[in-house]
Design a protein around this ligand. Structure first.
Ligand code: HMG
Ligand code: MG
Length: 297
């Protein structure tokens, strides 16, 4: 039951850049986003409204949003709490991505609340956003392993996802935050989620820390998943998850899918162009097989 079409949700401008030490100039971020849209990206996390003290790279979120909203793309902003929502409501963006960890210790380190405290805060927020006509995505971190607590149980992930569904979210993005999952675990978790939540939009978010991401995506495809968070150039990682490294590279995923006859609507040459423009502003190289073969970097 492998699908013949898949949707790529580009998270490079947010997940990809948030962990970089050297500040990427706002104009370079905006150019990157615009080039990726020209490459055919239709859903993208633009930036996040988090504390600039915790994540300085995202301090220019208001300017990025101001320049990058458009009608053709589902443009997401990541928000952790009411303060983030207040800032989001000051923009014309209508797509919110809330985030929470299955594991308490990770959630504490990432947003200074337990998972239950985050849920208490997010429940009315999600209701309010839905009333205002927002599309709401919930990003579920540490769905396979937690850097502090180890293995996470499938039943705990399913239970947390069910709660978000009952709060009214449109989409669940289920994440392997530190890239520890294997294809068997990917198939098992996504099969369980498809069974428990058959009508929700389900997305897989893999980090490639141990080189397992493409295999995990193939396993998720077999479980019926057709939406994947990816990051151009394979940049990425959560600053509060030790051991987290880049997200799976958009180019490598698009290449794999297209070679398998699964349409993505993404033009790889244009993704490479976007990456070439961004590269001079980065303090690291890309982690993408496709870019290494095709690009000049
Ligand atoms: P806190 O210190 O507990 O918050 O941080 P607070 O409510 O006590 O406020 C402290 C200060 O932060 C105050 O400012 C607030 O105004 C400000 P001060 O009075 O000191 O000047 N503040 C904010 N400023 C801007 N935007 C906000 C906001 N909230 C409070 N939304 C907080 C709590 C959540 C803010 C903090 O822990 C934080 O910013 N954490 C960053 C989390 C983050 O960005 N992590 C990376 C993204 S998640 C991820 O990468 C995982 C994902 O990719 C999936 C996966 O791979 O697993 C999605
Ligand atoms: Mg991530």
């Amino acid at each position: 039951n492998i699908p013949n079409k898949a949707t790529i949700i580009e998270v490079g401008p947010r997940d990809g850049l948030q962990n970089l030490k050297t500040f990427v100039p706002t104009n370079a971020k905006i150019d990157f986003i615009q080039q990726l849209k020209k490459a055919g990206i239709k859903e993208m996390e633009l930036t996040s409204f988090v504390s600039p003290k915790w994540v300085p790279q995202m301090a220019d979120a208001p300017s990025v949003i101001e320049e990058c909203l458009d009608e053709e793309t589902r443009n997401f902003v990541l928000v952790p709490n009411q303060k983030g929502i207040d800032r989001l409501l000051g923009t014309s963006c209508k797509n919110a991505a809330v985030f929470v960890g299955v594991s308490d210790t990770f959630n504490k380190k990432n947003i200074n609340k337990t998972t239950e405290e985050s849920l208490l805060e997010l429940h009315p927020i999600i209701g309010d956003l839905k009333e205002r006509g927002f599309f709401v995505r919930a990003c579920i971190s540490t769905s396979f392993y937690c850097p502090y607590e180890g293995k996470v149980e499938v039943s705990d992930v399913v239970a947390l996802c069910k709660r978000f569904e009952s709060f009214g979210v449109d989409e669940l993005s289920v994440a392997d935050t530190i890239g520890m999952a294997n294809p068997k675990e990917s198939y098992e978790l996504f099969s369980a989620l498809k069974k428990a939540l058959p009508s929700i939009m389900l997305t897989a978010h893999f980090h490639n820390t141990r080189g397992m991401a493409l295999a995990n995506i193939f396993a998720a495809l077999q479980a019926g998943v057709d939406r994947f968070d990816t990051s151009a150039g394979g940049l990425g990682g959560c600053p509060f998850a030790p051991g987290a490294s880049g997200n799976v590279a958009t180019e490598d995923v698009v290449y794999m899918l297209e070679q398998m006859g699964i349409q993505t609507g993404i033009n790889l040459k244009r993704v490479v162009k976007a990456l070439e423009n961004l590269l001079p502003h980065l303090d690291k190289q890309y982690e993408s097989q496709y870019f290494k073969l095709q690009g000049t970097g």
